[in-house]
Design a protein around this ligand. Sequence first.
Ligand SMILES: [Zn+2]
Length: 429
Amino acid sequence: MFTVKTISVIEMTMDSKARYRFRRMLDDLEDKRGRGTELISVYISPDTDLAKVIQQLRDEQGTASNIKSKSTRKNVTAALERIIQFLRTYSETNRKPPSHGMAIFCGNVAGREDIADIKLYWIEPPEPITIRMYRCDQEFVLEPLREMLQVKETVGLLVMDRREATLATLRGKNVNIVRKLTSAVPGKHSKGGQSARRFERLREIAAHEYAKRVAEAANEIFSQVSSLKAIVVGGPGPTKEDFLNSGLLYESVKRKVAGVLDTGYTDEQGIKELVSKAGDVLADLEILKEKSLMQRFMEELVAGGGLATYGEREIRHALEQGAVELLLVSEGLRKNRATIRCQNCGHEFQETVENLGSYQRQLTTRDCPKCSEEKLSVTEIQDEVQELLDRAEKFNTKVEFISTETEEGKQLQAAFKGLAAILRFKAIT
Ligand SMILES: [Zn+2]
C-alpha cells in the first residue's frame, strides 16, 4: 500500500542531460492538479530536525479535520499520513536529511473525486534547499526548484561615474562586491591662484589616472573569473561609455560587455540596480545563443552538403553511425519510445509514441508484423528525449536544448518536429 516514488539525486553540476531530467520532472509535477486544496508540498532544508517536521505534520493533520469538503479532508489527511510514514521510514536509516535537503510532494493526483490515487514523490535537488515550507494547495509548489534551473553563470558588474566606481560579481542570486574605487579628480572650479588652463590639465590627468585604475581593477577581477558569462556596465552619465571607448580594457574583457545601462548610483545601490536588470541581459544572451545554433543548422541545410539533418528517423540513423556532432532538441518535444513485444512469436520492435493512452488501445487490434496475430503489447516505455540523450552520449555528441520562445525555436518544434542535427560527416544511407 505504501509506494514511494524516488526521484534520483541529480549531480551537483547539472549537465544538459541532468537539467533535462530535472526540468521534465518538474513539468510532470506541474501537470498534477488536486480537485480541492489537497496537494501538499514540503520543503526541508539540510539542517532540519526531521522529528520536528513529523510533529508539525501531525499538527497539520489536526487542523485538517476542520476542512469542510469531505473528500478534500479525506485526501489531505491521507496525504499527510503518507508523508509522515515516509519520513519515519527515512529517519530509521538516515539521521539527517540529505545534504541538499529534500522536497516532498504528495496528494491525490487522480484529479477526480471518485478515485483516490495518493502518490508521494520526493527529490533531493541539485542545490541546497534554503527554505522551510509546508503548503497545501490545488497544485504543487515548484518555484523554489524551478529557480535552480535558471542560468547560474557568473556575471561581472561595474557601475561608475567620474567620482566613484564599484566592481562586483553576480552568481545566481549572490552578489559579491569585489572592489570600490574613488577618484581624486578635483571639483569643477579652480581654487584661487591657479590658472584655469593649468587646472583643466590637472583635472584631465587625474581623470585619466582614475580611469586607468578602474580598468586595471576590471581587467584583473573579470579575467580571473573562469566562467564569466558577461559583463554589465552601469552608471548615471556618459563616463561609462567614455571609459568603454578609452581602450584601457583588455580586448578579452571588453568583448564580454553584454549590456550598458543607466543607473542612478555608483555604489552598492547601483550594483543592486544593475542586478535587477542583468537578468534580461542574460536571457537575451541565452536567446542569442539558441538563435545562432539554429542559424548554423539552417545554413548547413541550405548549403546542401548533407551535413544537416532533421526528423526522428534520419537523426536516429545518423546517431547510430556516430555522425552527429550537435543535436538540437526542442524543449517542447514530448514523446515516448515504446518497446513492443508479440506475446505469440516473441517478435520485438520499438516505436515513437505521442499519446500513450490511444496508442495502447489501437495496439490491441493491430497484427504482429511477423506472425499476424493480434498479440502485441507494450513492454517498456521510455521518455524519448532521455533515450536519445543516452544514445548521443555514447558518441560524444553535443546536445543543446532550444526553447520555443524564439521564431527559430518555434520552427524547430513545428517544421522539424523538435529534432535537428549538424553532422560530423555525411551519414551513410
Ligand atoms: Zn508475432
